[in-house]
Structure formats: C-alpha cells, structure tokens
Design a binder for this molecule. Structure first.
Ligand code: NCD
Length: 486
C-alpha cells in the first residue's frame, strides 16, 4: 500500500515504523534523497502547517514541488470537477499527489483513479492521517511510549478530522482515550462504536473538562470547526452553543499531573482561544514542538510511500459466496397462477409480500423497455402465508444482477427455467461490495450526487445479519433501514 488516506488502512507496525523513521530523521537527517522527482501539492482548502511542512519536506528531499494553496485563483472556482484538476498534474508526470479537500473521501476517490501515491492532507471532517502520525511522534518523544497513556480528545469531536484519525490510531495502542465534548459536537456514534467493537472496551465519554485535565497524560485540544457547521441560522445557533466551550487557562493546570502534555493540531481561534496565551510558557505546552514535528514526519511518510510502502490493516469484510444452490427436487415449476407458466427465463419466488416492486427496481427491470415481466402480489404461500412472485420470461438474470436482490429480499428463491424445467435453483445473498447500488447519506461525502464529483457509490458489506455496509469514501457505516437505493 502506497497511499496515505485513512488511519483505518494502517497497521501498528506501519505507525511504529513511521514514528521510528521520523525520530531517526530528527537525529541523523534525511537518509536518502529523491532528487528531481516532481510532486503536486493541491490544497483545495486553507492550510498553513500541513501544506508548508509537506512542501518543505519534498524540497529538502530534493523533489520539485508545484501546485496551489487554496482553490481561490484556480478553475475549481469555474466549477471544474476534482478529477480533472488532479489528472492535469499527472500530465506533468508528478509522482505523488499531496492533497487537501473539503469533501469527505476526496483523497480516496482520487487514489482510485490515478496510479501514483496520494497523500491525504485532510479530507472534509473525515481524516487527517499525517497529522495523527506527527501527534504520535510527539507523544512518543515526550513519554518514550504511547501504550499505557490516558489521552483526552477535547473540543469539536464531531467535525474535527484530526481527532477522528487519532481515535482510529488509538485502536492500535493500549491507551485509554477520553472523549471530552458537549453532546452536539460529540464524536459521531459510529466512530465510537467502531472503536469499541475493535478494542472490546467502552470509551470514556464526559463533558467534565477539569476532571480530564487532572487525570490524563495527553490533553489534545481542538478548534471548533466553524466552517463545517451547517450553513444558515440552524448552524449559527449550533455554533453559538459551543463556541468557547472549552477555554484552557494556565491556572486550570494546577492540579494536572506533572508529566501532562498539551497538544493542539493548530490553528487556535484568536477570537475565542481554546488554549489561552498564558498556557504557552507552561512546561505542559507542546503544541509548537508538535507542529515542528510535521516536517520530519512528512519526510518519513514520503520516503515510505515512494519506497517499500505500508503493510496495511487487515479488514474483515464479509466475503461469502453470493449464490447458494438449492437442490432442484421435481424439476418443474407449476402453480395455479399464470406467473408460474414461464417456459424459459427466471422466476423469483417467495419475495416478502409487498417487496415485489422494490425487487423490480433493484433488478433494473422497470426502466428496461425491452424486457417483459410479470409481477404477482400477495399470492398464497405454503411456507410464508403470503408472498410476491416475479416472472421474467426468456431472460436468465445473472447471479450478479440477482445478488442485488439480497438488499430488499432475504427470502426470495430464484429458479432459472429452461424448457419448462427448473434448471437451477438458489438463494442469493449480498455481494461483498455494493457497487452503485445505494446512495451515501453523508451530505459531505464525495460520492453524494449533490457534490457533482461523479464518484461512483461503493459500499463494503461488513456484516450481513444485521446488515452493515460501509461507504468506501467517507467510511460511514449504514444499516439496512438507512440504506437508500440508487
Ligand atoms: C487541522 C485541520 O486542518 O484539520 N489543522 C492542521 O492540519 N494542523 C485542525 C484545524 O483546522 O482546526
């Protein structure tokens, strides 16, 4: 794996190696140069530290970097699709794309469509993996370890991508993360559940800031991400409720552990400082040193991405067979209803009553003018009392087409009929990947049609019963009741 997109992709070994390599670079300098390799640095969103540290890292490595800092002044303002902008840089033979974008999943979408490594400098509220790497470097530097520490994530845990990536990294270490935030900017429920499922432990959730200050080893402060709140009066009201909710002052640190370190990805917000200026000279304050670690960390990341790459984290996606054969007993399909009088074609039996129209929709039969079909609703069923049945004369639907059925009917039995006989009979379950089948409900996801980026919807089925499918781009999991068919 050469891309750096989401913490969900990395193994503990990957992170430990980056930490080690970074500390080596800090001690001994850059191990090897990548002279004259061209690199694109495409920052569609504002950035100070991430962009300059990435660009300085590339220059010190001997690479040639070009690109843009902010979408203002680029053709993005004329409505250019993301992929067009990025692909242009491949024409300059750039060997790495470093990018930041306001849409969740933007880096993943780009990586799917090009064959040079993509380094994600932040995508919407979703991920900021290299920030997490430099956070871990700073913690390691200060404590000589990461395991065994209590780490409080404070502030905007809803829209803050740095804390999203950091919590995912915590899954790989034996740490005790605390989530410190009021309800309306709390970490999304699914992220909490992901952590708890992975680690098998409950997360400590509190709004008691003082208790956190007095107990933890690492206090990770964040800015309220005003720009990611919904636009309009509703967002304004939401923001007003939380702006300035956690302001850390020097005198609040009196009862802190002597070894406590205070981190912040920066910037802090000058109109309502989440870390007051009087904390800066406290021995606990490590956020400036943390920002400085951005440079060697990103050098280590670039060298690894262009070198041997990363091991990656094993993901557990459901991958059972889509089609399950059912033994054909008498070989013929007869019934009172005329739908059973199909001599050749496909007969879909035992559909849950009322679901027939949805099945037609998912198989694309409604729109297809050339295909005739028969839909029988609420037929009597020996097995299920009542059922819908669909007959498609003269067409044998393929297993992939039929596998879509699993989304709306788990009971249906499929009969492939040839010359009046049931040639093959089976049940289908969902395919492991739902390709262009359901729409992502995350408004800021790059695959959401409203963004006009044309990222084809893709979900991974993580569990079949109950159904949980995760968006390939924004990583949000969805349950059956929230799935919206395309
Ligand atoms: C953060 C970001 O952009 O997500 N900054 C950074 O990269 N150091 C945090 C923020 O903007 O609040």
């Amino acid at each position: 794996m050469q891309n750096v997109i989401s913490m969900r992709d990395f193994s503990r070994l990957d992170l430990d190696t980056i930490i080690d390599n970074t500390l080596k670079i800090k001690r001994d300098g850059i191990p090897n140069k990548l002279t004259d390799i061209p690199v694109a640095s495409l920052f569609f969103e504002a950035s100070t530290r991430t962009r300059t540290s990435f660009e300085t890292a590339t220059r010190e490595l001997g690479m040639k970097v070009h690109g843009f800092a902010g979408k203002e002044g680029t053709s993005v303002m004329k409505g250019e699709p993301l992929l067009d902008t990025v692909r242009m840089f491949l024409e300059y033979e750039d060997q790495i794309i470093i990018m930041r974008h306001n849409l969740n999943g933007a880096a993943r979408f780009v990586a799917d469509n090009i064959d040079v490594p993509v380094l994600n400098g932040g995508d919407g509220s979703a991920n900021h993996p290299t920030q997490t790497m430099l956070d871990l470097v700073t913690i390691q530097e200060e404590f000589g370890r990461i395991d065994g520490l209590k780490i409080a994530l404070v502030g905007d845990l809803k829209y803050g991508r740095t804390v999203h990536s950091l919590l995912q990294a915590c899954e790989l270490y034996d740490v005790e993360p605390w989530l410190v935030a009021p309800q309306n900017i709390m970490m999304p429920k699914w992220r909490i559940e992901d952590y708890q499922r992975e680690v098998g432990k409950k997360l400590l959730i509190t709004s008691d800031f003082m208790k956190a200050i007095e107990t933890v080893d690492v206090l990770y402060m964040t800015r309220i991400q005003r720009e990611r709140f919904p636009k309009g009066p509703e967002g304004d009201v939401d923001y007003a409720k939380v702006s300035g909710i956690f302001n850390l002052h020097a005198e609040m640190l009196k009862k802190a552990k002597p070894e406590l370190i205070i981190l912040h990805p920066l910037p802090r917000y000058k109109h309502n400082l989440e870390i007051s200026m009087d904390v800066d000279c406290s021995p606990h304050a490590k956020y400036i040193q943390q920002a400085g670690n951005g440079l060697p960390t990103r050098q280590a990341v670039i060298l690894k991405a262009l070198g041997e790459g990363f091991e990656g984290r094993k993901k557990d996606y459901a991958n059972n067979e889509v089609w399950q054969n059912i033994r054909v007993v008498n070989g013929a399909k007869k019934g009172e209803h005329f739908v059973y009088r199909i001599n050749n074609g496909t007969l879909i039996d035992h559909i849950e009553p009322g679901r027939g129209p949805e099945v037609l929709k998912i198989l694309g039969l409604q729109e297809d003018k050339d295909t005739t079909y028969i839909l029988a609703r609420n037929l009597r069923s020996k097995r299920y009392i009542c059922k819908d049945v669909i007959g498609v004369p003269n067409i044998e639907l393929n297993e992939y087409q039929l596998s879509r059925l699993g989304l709306v009917s788990s009971m249906a039995t499929i009969n492939i009929i040839r010359d009046n006989n049931v040639f093959k009979k089976g049940k289908v379950s969902l395919p492991p990947v739902l390709d262009r089948l359901v729409e992502c409900q995350t408004t800021n996801c790059v695959s959401n049609p409203e963004t006009h980026e044309f990222a084809p919807s893709k979900f991974y089925v993580e569990s079949r019963n109950p159904l949980i499918a995760r968006c390939h781009y924004c990583e949000t999991p969805t349950t059956r009741k929230d799935l919206k068919l395309l």
